[in-house]
Design a binder for this molecule. Sequence first.
Ligand code: NAD
Length: 711
Amino acid sequence: MSAPAEGGVPQAAQRPAVGYALHGDIAVATVDNPPVNALSLAVRSGLMAAIGHALADPRVRALVIIGGGATFVAGADINDFGKPYDEPSLYAIIDALMASSKPVIAAIHGSAFGGGLELALACQWRIASPDAQIGQPEVKLGLMPGGGGTQWWTRLAGPEVALAVTTGGHPVAARQAHEWGVIDRIASGPLLEDALAMAQDVVSGTLPARRLSEATDKIRDVDPALFDAFREKNARKWKGQLAPRKIVDCIEAACRVSFAEGFRLEKEAFRECEHSYQCRALIHLFFAERAAGKLRDASRATAAPVRTAGVIGAGTMGAGIAMSFANAGIPVTLLDTSEEALLRGMKTITANYATSVSRGSLPQAKADAALQRIQTATGWSALADADLIVEAVFEDLAVKQDVFRRLDGIAKPDAVLATNTSTLDVDAIAGATTRPDRVVGLHFFSPANVMRLLEVVRGPRTGAAALTTALGVAKTLRKISVIAGNAYGFIGNRILGAYGREADFLLEEGATPAQIDRVLTDFGFPMGLFAMRDMAGLDVIWRIRRQENLTRPAHLRYSPIADRICEMGRFGQKTGRGYYLYKGREAIPDPEIETLIAGVSAELGIVRRDIPDTEILDRLLCAMVNEGARILEEGVAQRAGDIDVVYVNGYGFPASRGGPMQWAVETGLASVYQRVLALHRQHGEYWTPSPLLAKTAACGQDWDSAAAPAP
Ligand code: NAD
């Protein structure tokens, strides 16, 4: 190793990723890799060099590692997961820190997550700013701590805390971590000064020398039943997930074996997680969510600030949308046709806030402030100053066009006018105004104040300024926005239509609602399709279907089961009966429905058969993928990942499987294509394979490359 350089470790780059300086007899290594000081190769090399210099320099008695800029090392670089490690790896740094003959103190401000925290845990001492946060969020990406995290947390804070922190993945405040013994000191002044003072305490012996890897006080006499009880308690939540189970195994091992052996087991388990489908799926979603709200073409404009908003319609959606604005600090005026409708809406809103307060998820003061931001009105002039107005009235084109005509008369010229329609043509709604370029779809999901997904619908005449402003406000509302083209059902409901239709056909062929729902929940959906329909209410979509039936091509297969159920007055949970019978919220299979379905099969001349679960799953997932491929080739979605983001965040597709398009990639696009083709031969037109699916299967291209227009 080259000789120590005062004031900086030699680096190929102009600005060293890790600065090095002497403060008397204490060396300070400052990580400088904006924006979050991720553990890139340059940072790892810089840290190794800094440790080497500190050890080699006889003047240095201790080393402080601190972050430059806004944070300590916030974590590993997600792009590095699943790839071979370039040396020096985090492991090499941890080994060097553990073997260091001179004490090393980590000084944490901002956040220290994942590998960044493990870097700090490998130091002998940790000091943190009072507002710092630490955590092991790996589990959220299908991973687990891999740099000794499970072993250190167990030895420092005991197995119960270690289990909660590492399987939960949530950030922990520095003060809490201090109480648990994971942080040794909370800084009371400037962090570097306090860290240098702490280093002097260590050097002078005021703080005794220690080897954390040999600490055993928190792992002695641990009841082994603790781990099985924890596994059992979380069995349902962790269904099909590898990482949290592996974490428990490693924490259990930490209580039994040496640190070195525990660390070895953790590395092995980490590798397994890193190469799992779940990890690939969750990392795919991580990047897909960040990409989804970005326009691929050059039609970007500057987002105008949204300082005030209006919402028209104080029903189910309007109330939730108004809450979303109020929660984000944007004053909002809620308009409806009568005081009575407004009172009903405000009652819902007040009750929702009261529930959040009583559950402890929202402080009373915040609830009060949010409520204060919601005004009501019946007169349209109240919306004249709003920067953005969202319409959420009945799903009826004539009603919505009338609303937009009126809005055109009162809204200021640069206001963005948005419709929350689920099924109607955004362009036909925009056509009711003299400013169709200012009209955009904002398709919120129910409950709108809770669900994070937002389909931002770009009509053919939607202007770049309105679209960019809508995307900007979505960020303020903390929504995950996905840009969708103006096609029937946009992205989510269009796919729901395709796989819902297949589920109806499966009923006719021999399955039951309970069987299909079980197959979906076994796959990882939180609830089955028929239970979901019952929850949403069957009458709304029935009304839409009756309209559509007037123009439906007669040669296409059509299942009358859903209509028959509605004709019996069974509208789902709200009437206590739908596909199931309801005792409270408990869904009970109903023989009357099974008889109805069998009757439809007989009428249609279909001989019912036992349908294997595998066939049900295959047909439902392949229907989603084939429709998803059509959506992509038509440009209704910009990217395959957008479809996955919609399905995971709006329709309960299990995140650990990455969404339907990622499921197809994992399954093999050629294999999915063959299955769709076979279903096409057997079941006809609906199963015509999408040309894009055929293309990806034939040339091995990924979805987005295959969908890109030829240069
Ligand atoms: P809702 O029936 O609960 O509420 C509609 C409200 O609009 C009522 O309060 C009504 O008084 C008011 N209204 C009707 N005409 C009006 C007018 N001309 N001027 C002012 N107010 C008027 O309906 P909802 O479920 O909230 O749905 C509203 C819209 O949101 C529909 O377009 C629907 O398709 C869409 N949507 C609904 C859901 C859902 O799950 N409910 C999800 C996404 C989108």
